[in-house]
Design a binder for this molecule. Structure first.
Ligand code: MN
Length: 266
């Protein structure tokens, strides 16, 4: 009898605790003005997988997206190979690259690339840092990468090259703090990408489809330019006016829809 009463009492406490947690959860959901669009997180996960499928990222590199409601926050995965990233691995960061909620997860050491660019480029909504293989030679050679064809028109008259040696002396080559990342963001200026000498590139865009499209076609443009140079003769690159007109046109929407369909499991 006594133990029945005890059980009933315990149940009542448990029930009220559950009800309270539910009401707090719904209250905080209502009061949270910067709730994230789940579609944005799904697209960020897809972007990780697309960039691997298209040969831009391998076990390294990362892609982020600015918060849809709070422009001083962005989303980036915890330190994982991009192919392994799921929605549960996406963390929210402030512009000091500190996670908004404390976490025990390992973080990308080069996450400062994202925060420092978001700080100075309000037009940028998504960023890729990669070690895109065909782009690397143009970061170490005196031969500049140029817009060879319309799909990579955003390259324009050429892209800046960031040499970490000028910013930090002889480092381990990684952009591991906000000072080095701020120097990288200064090199980027108002361009669509910056090459990183002996390392890779940082690519920016007004959306995930744009930054993914730019990253994919930057890699292809580099490969095609090397091929054109091997053929020899004179190479005709896009005229700056052609590049400008073609950049205004391309949001990579059709390619994005295709790429996303290929990586999203039914
Ligand atoms: Mn890197």
């Amino acid at each position: 009898m006594r133990s029945n009463q005890f059980r009933r009492g315990t149940l009542a406490v448990l029930l009220s605790t559950v009800l309270f947690s539910m009401s707090v959860a719904s209250l905080s959901a209502q009061q949270e003005p910067s709730s994230v669009d789940p579609e944005l997180i799904a697209d960020l996960v897809a972007a990780n997988h697309i960039l691997v499928a298209e040969g831009v990222l391998d076990g390294y590199g990362h892609v982020s997206v600015r918060h849809n409601r709070n422009p001083s926050h962005f989303f980036l995965a915890s330190s994982l190979a991009p192919q392994l990233v799921t929605a549960n691995d996406i963390l929210e960061f402030d512009l000091d690259s500190t996670p908004v909620e404390s976490t025990t997860r390992a973080l990308y050491s080069e996450r400062f690339i994202h925060s420092e660019i978001y700080k100075v480029r309000p037009d940028v909504k998504a960023i890729v840092h990669n070690h895109s293989p065909s782009v690397i030679p143009f970061g170490v050679s005196s031969v500049p990468l140029k817009a060879l064809y319309h799909m990579a028109a955003f390259i324009g008259e050429g892209l800046p090259v960031f040499d970490i040696r000028n910013a930090g002396g002889l480092t381990d080559m990684l952009v591991r703090n906000s000072e080095l990342a701020a120097a990288l963001a200064r090199s980027l200026g108002n361009q669509g990408a910056v090459l990183m000498r002996g390392h890779g590139a940082a690519v920016v865009g007004s959306s995930l489809p744009v930054v993914v499209g730019r990253s994919v076609y930057l890699e292809i443009n580099a490969r095609l330019q090397a091929q054109a140079m091997t053929i020899g003769g004179t190479i005709t690159y896009l005229h700056p006016e052609e590049a400008r007109k073609a950049t205004d046109l391309d949001d990579y929407k059709r390619a994005w829809d295709l790429w996303k369909r290929k990586v999203v499991k039914k």
